[in-house]
Design a protein. Structure first.
Length: 309
């Protein structure tokens, strides 16, 4: 038997929610296929869509690290082969490594009889993030694994809160054809924050969460403001100001950087406005001489999709 799992892209930080908020969209995403093997141990036998950039070594690949962490805890000693099919751009700010890690742990868990619940898989998926950037961030793997909008309330111990999603909330994402390394995006962050800026930022975070609970789209829009990190990170993204202005003029509730960039997201009320915002952002970027892809999606509440092959 083989198990195929598709795990979707995510938008992390969500403006005012640095390292604490994230949500899932329906596309793009990554697929992982696992099957039992006569040869003992976990092996990654194929990776596609990565232009040869990702390692086959289980100890160096985020999906392999996450899956091995799960197997180590169960004591499973059988053989498993893994294929990773990258269907989203690397270094996009859309949680590419997280999607692979999530797909891997869900697939392996299913293959060996589902010893863990979906929520229990989160700690294994974060090990892939630790391997990728040194810190087990959960603002991408959390929503990719659980679906919907999530708040990372605590990392020690890890506690994730699933938030409500208003029915008409849609997202537009544009991925410019440039790559920003997470390490570079972290290096430009401010190390000292003025108290008055911190108050504004956490007030916006509270307002955004309240807007989600109340289904108050205008409150969501007013709260989608990052006055601490966006001003410096946006300097790494060509055409950012033009894209943001275009999205807002098209009727978006708010617009900011997805993860560490270069992708940019806009939250909108309804599919029509979301598509208009995506078109407007792409038109602005084209005028700046850059290519891009756009994705328009309702918030993905489903999480990973499992198929037994």
């Amino acid at each position: 038997m083989s198990v195929s799992v598709f795990a979707a892209a995510t938008v992390a930080n969500v403006a005012c929610g640095f390292d604490a908020l994230g949500f899932a969209i329906h596309e793009p995403g990554d697929e992982v296929i696992v099957r039992k093997s006569a040869q003992s141990g976990l092996r990654i036998v194929a990776i596609t869509g990565d232009e040869g950039r990702l390692p086959l070594s289980v100890t160096k690949n985020t999906a392999g690290v996450s899956a091995q962490a799960l197997l180590d805890e169960t004591g499973y000693t059988g053989g498993i082969e893994m294929e990773i099919h990258k269907k989203m751009p690397l270094g996009s700010g859309l949680g590419s490594s997280s999607a692979s890690s999530v797909a891997a742990v869900v697939a392996v868990n299913e293959l060996i009889g589902s010893p863990f619940t979906r929520a229990e898989l989160l700690r294994f998926a974060t090990e892939g993030e630790r391997a990728a950037c040194g810190v087990p961030h959960a603002d991408n793997v959390g929503p990719s694994l659980l679906g919907g909008f999530v708040l990372i309330r605590s990392y020690n111990p890890l506690e994730v809160v699933q938030l409500p999603v208003p029915d008409e909330l849609w997202c537009s994402v544009i991925h410019p054809h440039v790559e920003i390394l997470t390490e570079d995006a972290r290096n430009v962050l401010r190390r000292r924050i003025r108290l008055e800026d911190a108050v504004v930022q956490w007030s916006n975070l509270g307002g955004l969460i309240a807007g989600l609970y109340q289904g108050d789209y205008q409150l969501i829009g007013r709260s989608l403001s990052d006055i601490i990190f966006e001003p410096t990170r946006s300097l790494l993204i060509p055409g950012f100001d033009m894209m943001k202005q275009a999205a807002m003029q098209a009727g978006a509730l708010g617009c900011s950087i997805s993860g560490s960039g270069p992708s940019v997201f806009a939250l909108c009320r309804g599919e029509e406005i979301a598509r208009a915002a995506a078109d407007a952002m792409q038109h602005a970027l084209t005028k700046a001489g850059l290519g891009s892809e756009t994705y328009v999606s309702a918030i993905n509440r489903q999480g990973p999709v499992i198929r037994n092959l």
